[in-house]
Design a protein around this ligand. Structure first.
Ligand code: Z5A
Length: 212
């Protein structure tokens, strides 16, 4: 009963470490898909435009303090508040390129010591992406990139724990792309992977849900 037949749509999710280049690549991908005649939108989590998103944003910029469980649930709530719009967009044939999703929620919160399964629980029932792409970069290399160090989680030791958690979450269906290649090479690989996925989703595919 939960399965809804999809028409022209796909959801592609980018978890990853900070500064791996996902924001740059996600917007390039949307332009690429549009150039291929596809309807596509760029989404990102946290979505800082909502009232929940603003609470998350002040936490990340260290202007407010919150208990680790509380901020985890806020990140999850921020995805739930967008869930029905996400489903509507997909049903009407728009592909969504999503910069971070539930995987980041679990990888970052459990790096603080929260129980892994507890972190997954509030994500249960959110839409499962058609494709997850992991932009692979070491915490050390990421730290050498522009703008690193401004927000709460931008510390190498913490990012190492996050990287280990992504290894636990990662399954064989994830596509892993080396994020240390030149930006244009990463872009080219992503275009191929993503266009393939978008095309296969056009054949019609039922929705599935995390974490099943
Ligand atoms: N978080 C969480 O705890 N729980 C959750 O549920 C979610 C998130 C969803 C904010 O996320 C924090 O929230 C994040 C996880 C946590 N914390 N951390 N760390 P965010 O996504 O809003 O912010 P971010 O991870 O800090 O992303 P970012 O700063 O936007 O970085 P990016 O998207 O990975 O990279 P970029 O902006 O595209 O590029 C960074 C720089 O590298 C820039 O100067 C580029 O020109 C350069 N770059 C990009 N690609 C390359 C290549 N290939 N070579 C060389 N240089 C490059």
């Amino acid at each position: 009963a939960l399965a809804v037949q999809r028409s022209l749509n796909s959801q592609l999710k980018f978890p990853c470490l900070d500064r791996c280049g996902k924001t740059s690549q996600c917007s390039r991908l949307v332009s690429y898909l549009e150039g291929q005649g596809q309807s596509a939108e760029l989404w990102r989590f946290p979505d800082r435009s909502t009232s929940v998103g603003q609470m998350i944003s002040s936490y990340l910029s260290n202007t407010s303090q919150l208990d680790d469980h509380t901020i985890h649930l806020l990140f999850s709530a921020n995805r739930w508040e967008k869930r029905s719009l996400m489903e509507t967009k997909l049903k009407t044939g728009t592909s969504l390129i999503v910069d971070r999703y539930s995987y980041s929620g679990v990888a970052f919160s459990s790096a603080k010591g929260l129980d892994f399964e507890w972190c997954k629980a509030p994500e249960t029932g959110l839409l499962d992406p058609d494709l997850v792409v992991f932009l692979d970069i070491s915490p050390e290399k990421a730290a050498e990139r522009g703008g690193y160090g401004g927000e709460r989680y931008e510390q190498i030791e913490f990012q190492r724990k996050v990287a280990k958690n992504y290894e636990v979450l990662r399954d064989a269906s994830w596509k892993v792309v080396d994020a240390c290649q030149p930006i244009e090479d990463v872009e080219k690989q992503l275009q191929e992977i993503v266009l393939d996925c978008v095309m296969s989703c056009q054949k019609g595919k039922p929705f599935s849900h995390l974490w099943s």
